[in-house]
Design a protein around this ligand. Sequence first.
Ligand code: HEM
Length: 418
Amino acid sequence: MDLRRDVRLGTRLAVVRAGGLAMALAGDPVLRLLYRPWIDDPTAIQRQLREAAQPYASRAGVLVVATHAMCRDLVRDRRFMVRTRSGGSLGGAVEGERDPLLEPVDLSFLGMDPPEHTRLRRLVGTFFTPARVNGYEPLVVALSERLADEAAKQGRFDLVADVATPLPVAVIAEILGVPDADAGAFAQWGRAVAAGLGGVRSLRALHRLEIAIGELRALLGDLLEKRRHDPADDLISHLAAQDADAQETVSLAALLLLAGFETTSTLLSNAVAAMTEAREPWAQLSASPGRAADAVEESLRFDAPIQFTARTPHETLRLGDRDVAPDTVVMAMLGAAGRDPAVHADPDVFDLDRPTRGEHLAFSGGIHYCLGAPLARLEGRVALAALAARMPALHREDGAVRRRSLLLRSYQRLPVST
Ligand code: HEM
């Protein structure tokens, strides 16, 4: 442990936390999203951000776009990057490298600009094409049906812990080729690391996270080494055969776990929460489980698991009615875009029959468009159909807890009864 680094990071954390709360109380809408009551229902803030002149300048020192059109154009604009000119984190205090507070985990190509981004994305792209992903359907069906049967038997259960989390972990473990014996530990590390993805709140959390990342990387590194000599038909073997840099390959494998697990889990719990609260959509889905693909799209629009992404220009660029200086952080509020009345009539209503449900930015766009979108859609469709078919009277119980995160709009706990 490096004490000087800890003191430096601890001081920055305290300043950022105190400053953030003060600005939230003073009315900064972006920071308010981190605190109650806004964290439970961000609808009003999303509207405020969409109705402001775009881009909106937050007192947190970032620019924000929140309409569908502005968010879509920003993520597709290849002049806006995911690294600063010196290669640092967006908004970070560390020049030229990852900022451990804002970006505690190496997110491989998600955090890279071309040409590195292009090279690494190509290495795994073939594993996530719709055709290849369809091959995983029997596995996803078997896992979803088993989890839904077990949950139905319990009668009362936590949707997050009992269904929404184990499904995507088991699927990605299978795709990567993590043996059953390691799958439990794999899930725990995944959970610990995913919890810190949006930045950490304390030094203790940072240390916990660093230990979890170290263990996860060790597991993936060992597996990679094993598969070099003894290949199987899985993604780790495919990567082992590429003769790529070992550190880089481990980061890539970790990205696939981290990007795909908490997000898909969040999609499932947000979808069940929204549909059982509105009742009508859940009744519709139970009557016709074949409509689960529509439920997935409407849920991604209604409650995007990843609420924002960010970009920065490397030269002064015009955006809306502003000149944006190099290295300025521009946040694209993907969740707010899903509720834009310019695209969706009555946007705050969950409507399974909505014709525009597919017009959301929950998977972002441009060169960083979610690589796992076909897999997430498959898991969402199969799991929601399995639940709705077995549990037509599913309803929420008291005790639901939202996670306190600006990035991930998700539940920590979602108690339900059949
Ligand atoms: C509902 C579930 C999911 C949601 C909402 C989601 C959302 C996103 C978003 C918003 C981005 C782009 C971020 C940006 O533009 O900066 C992204 C990128 C990515 N996602 Fe997903 N994701 C989901 C599931 C998955 C799954 C299942 C996997 C893989 C197993 C996955 C792998 C990735 C990867 C590798 C990237 C980086 C793409 C790049 O930088 O080129 N995601 N995801």
